[in-house]
Ligand binder design. Structure first.
Ligand SMILES: Cc1cc2nc3c(=O)[nH]c(=O)nc-3n(C[C@H](O)[C@H](O)[C@H](O)COP(=O)(O)OP(=O)(O)OC[C@H]3O[C@@H](n4cnc5c(N)ncnc54)[C@H](O)[C@@H]3O)c2cc1C
Length: 339
């Protein structure tokens, strides 16, 4: 393959697939990069649209070495900061807002919720009184973090990708038999990887959120690492409900009621906001897999795959994890060139 253009396929066009494809174009400008996904503009279907999409570093991802985790956090943070400083946020949907981490008396506060990325200060007692119920939160940290509006960011990322699109869903790896020959497939199918790869580590988490119109809310709040209120460009996301191994996609009136009660108790000036929609979505419990695999298809041929999925509520790490996935692609291209 020395003088032949590597033909690389990215399966999936969520935030992980898009970042992978953009990274591959950047790292291997001589390659042909294609994205294959059921719909080109999957803004409506991407799990990211359901989320608050807030940058919240987490010190431990199951199955990931802490050094790797730190590298992903740092490179993703640097990526978004660069974007924020160089491209107007009305185009990218990326911007920075103040963020409060609140902890009640029976919980252990995180010493540095931003893991050294940004300055964090301890809230004063008077500041804590801004949040309800009265006296519940005994400790608070204030910083600023990145919020991404998927409705703006995903179309921007799609435009940043200059390669080819194929609109198609595959049912199994054998669908690639008698098809165009790809040197490599990067599997960015999110939760669907559990079906394609018989992946047992991808347990679905059910999340129900409310979106409300409340343009006066300018701060993000995360209480006891659980309830959150996050202002976006067009609305405010209220979330918490995260149910392990529950695949019910119906909106549950009781969940909505709890979300609304707790959010309006946390920030009482939300009470006059209008609820715009309630949505439910599934995301995998985070277990990020970035790994090479050679799969033997039923006709005896081989398909080289780099898996890149399982971000759960850490879709924000896609720019960082895409660097690792792209490195594996480079190694695989080298191996192929030597053969
Ligand atoms: C309620 C909620 C809150 C969240 N909050 C945050 C947050 O605060 N911060 C954060 O970073 N993240 C958050 N997330 C998570 C983040 O949105 C996800 O991690 C991210 O969307 C996952 O991206 P992905 O590209 O891996 O998967 P997806 O967005 O699911 O994309 C998968 C892609 O693969 C395609 N595909 C699937 N199967 C096939 C197939 N068989 N053939 C072809 N194509 C296929 C799909 O069509 C799609 O294009 C939240 C998610 C939810 C639901």
């Amino acid at each position: 393959m020395a003088d032949v253009k590597p033909n690389l396929l990215v399966l999936g066009s969520g935030i992980v697939g898009l970042h992978t494809a953009i990274r591959l174009e950047q790292d291997y400008p001589h390659a042909q990069v294609t994205i294959m996904a059921p719909r080109n503009l999957n803004v409506g279907e991407a799990a990211a649209t359901a989320g608050a999409s807030l940058f919240r570093p987490t010190p431990r991802i199951p199955g990931t070495h802490p050094d790797m985790n730190t590298e992903w956090i740092r490179s993703s943070w640097d990526y978004y900061q660069h974007l924020r400083r160089t491209i107007p946020n009305r185009l990218t949907g990326i911007y920075q807002i103040p963020m409060y981490f609140l902890t009640s008396a029976n919980q252990t506060p995180k010493s540095d919720p931003m893991m050294g990325l940004n300055h964090v200060r301890t809230c004063s007692k008077a500041e804590l009184q801004l949040f309800g119920p009265k006296e519940k939160y005994t400790e608070g940290k204030c910083t600023s973090t990145i919020v991404m509006n998927p409705e703006h960011y995903l179309p921007w990322a799609m435009r940043a990708f200059k390669g080819r699109w194929i609109q198609r869903r595959i049912d199994s790896w054998n669908d690639f038999i008698n098809e165009e020959m790809y040197d490599l497939v990067v599997n960015c199918t999110g939760l669907d990887a559990s079906r394609l790869c018989n992946e047992i580590n991808l347990t679905p988490l059910r999340s129900q959120i409310l979106r409300v119109k409340a343009p006066w809310i300018k701060i993000a709040v995360l209480a006891d690492n659980n309830n959150y209120i996050v202002p976006g460009m067009d609305d405010v996301t209220i979330g918490r409900c995260s149910q392990y191994d529950n695949q019910n996609l119906q909106v549950d009136a009781n969940d909505s009621e709890v979300l609304w009660r707790e959010a309006t108790s946390l920030l009482p000036n939300l009470k006059k906001a209008q609820i715009e929609c309630e949505t439910v979505s599934l995301r995998p419990h985070p277990f990020i897999r970035i790994e090479r695999e050679k799969i033997e298809l039923i006709d005896g041929s081989n398909l080289s795959i780099i898996h890149h999925y399982g971000h759960g509520d850490l879709g924000f790490l896609a720019p960082g994890t895409a660097i690792t996935a792209s490195r594996l692609v480079g190694e695989q291209i080298q191996i192929r060139n030597q053969n």
